[in-house]
Each structure stands twice: as C-alpha cells, then as structure tokens.
Design a protein around this ligand. Sequence first.
Ligand SMILES: *Cc1c(COP(=O)(O)O)cnc(C)c1O
Length: 231
Amino acid sequence: MSIEENVALVRRNIASAAAEAGRNAGEILLVAATKMNDAGRIQRAIAAGVDVCGENRVQEMLEKNALGAYRGAPLHFIGHLQKNKVRQVVGLAALIHSVHSRELLEEISQIAEKRGIIQDVLLEVNIGGEASKSGFSPEDIPAALEFSARLPALRTRGLMAIPPICAFPEENRPYFLRMKQLFVDNAAKKYDNVCMDFLSMGMSGDYTEAVNCGANMVRVGSAIFGARVYD
Ligand SMILES: *Cc1c(COP(=O)(O)O)cnc(C)c1O
C-alpha cells in the first residue's frame, strides 16, 4: 500500500478506537515517526494529512530539515536525546517527547533561556521499569514535575512512554492504562509551567490499544511508511 493509503487507514483505525472508547478522534494527534525516510516520502505523508513529524536522530533531523522535509507540519523530537545534542534540538523541535532526566531538563531550560524562548517538553516514563530503557520511574513523576516547574524556560506538556516489546498488542494495555492514570493524577495537581495536555504513547503495533486507553498522541512509523530496512 502507498503512504497515502496507509495514512488513511491509520486515521480510520484511530477513529474507530476512539469511538469505541467514547472519545473524539479529533483530539488525537498522529505523529509520523519519520526516521530513515527521505524528504520526498515525508512530504507525501504530510500531504496525506499526518499532524506532526517526529524524528529520532539529531543529525538526520538537521540534514532533512535543511532539505525542507518537514515543511507544512510541526516537527517533534522523539528519540533518545543526549545532553551534548540539546543545543541542536532546542527551538527546532516544537516539542521534545523524550526527556528522561533532571540533568536534561536543566540543560534544555538553560539553552532555551539563553535564546529567549520557552521549550515544550514531555517527560519520558519508564513504565515497564526496564533496565535497558531510560525515563523517570512513575513514582518519580510528581517530583520531576515539581523540579521542571522551577526551570524558567521550559514548559512541561505531558508524558510519553514506550512500553516493553511484547508479542501481542493487548499485553501493553496494563502499561497504557497505568500511564493514563499517572497522567490524570498528575494533571490534577497544579504546578507552574506545567500543562498536562499530551499523553504520547502507541506505535505501529499497538496505537489502537493506546488510543483506547487514553493516548492523545500516537507515534506511527512503519504502518505509514512500510518496514524500515536496516543494513
Ligand atoms: C520509530 C519510533 C516509533 C515508531 O515505530 P513504528 O513501530 O515504526 O511505528 C515511535 N516512537 C519512537 C520513539 C520511535 O523511535
């Protein structure tokens, strides 16, 4: 199937998962995970109606941005961010999904402050408690939000998670539901510079489950662009 047909199919699947959960599909943002796809393919996805482009690697993002790959859609950074690359991402990405430490929060705020901007971020939650993944533990989220509230050039917009790899999408439901609960509980508290708007979870294999459990941002790559070929 073509990129255009895939985007339409993903939209339909989001709409039915939303309807099943009694939600409005219009509140769910489709982030195209564009890694390893060139500017031409990304432009087709944007024309087909994805809401956002999400890029993983800083160097790849800079190169493709210079070619106008993301023209017509907001750009988000969704990959693992290293401290020494923060200055290349701040201000270019409208939202950084994957902030996984206090150190990174501080660095982002410092650089944004120097540039006179406010950077929007999500806190990444290691919802499966996996040693191989970065992210805040669920228990640490209230303190991390308090910490981020004190940083002047940062605005925390919500939470993001990548649950453990599993054989069947239903297996992720407990993680997605736990994320939704964490999101709701923490949205109820009021912190400065924190607006809990976005819950980013769900990828090609499980985005309908994620929507069903309350995601309002899904990050979909291969279901739009086809399987990635790694060499
Ligand atoms: C690649 C990637 C996705 C999308 O993965 P697919 O399985 O291809 O949909 C989502 N989120 C992040 C952080 C990614 O790196």
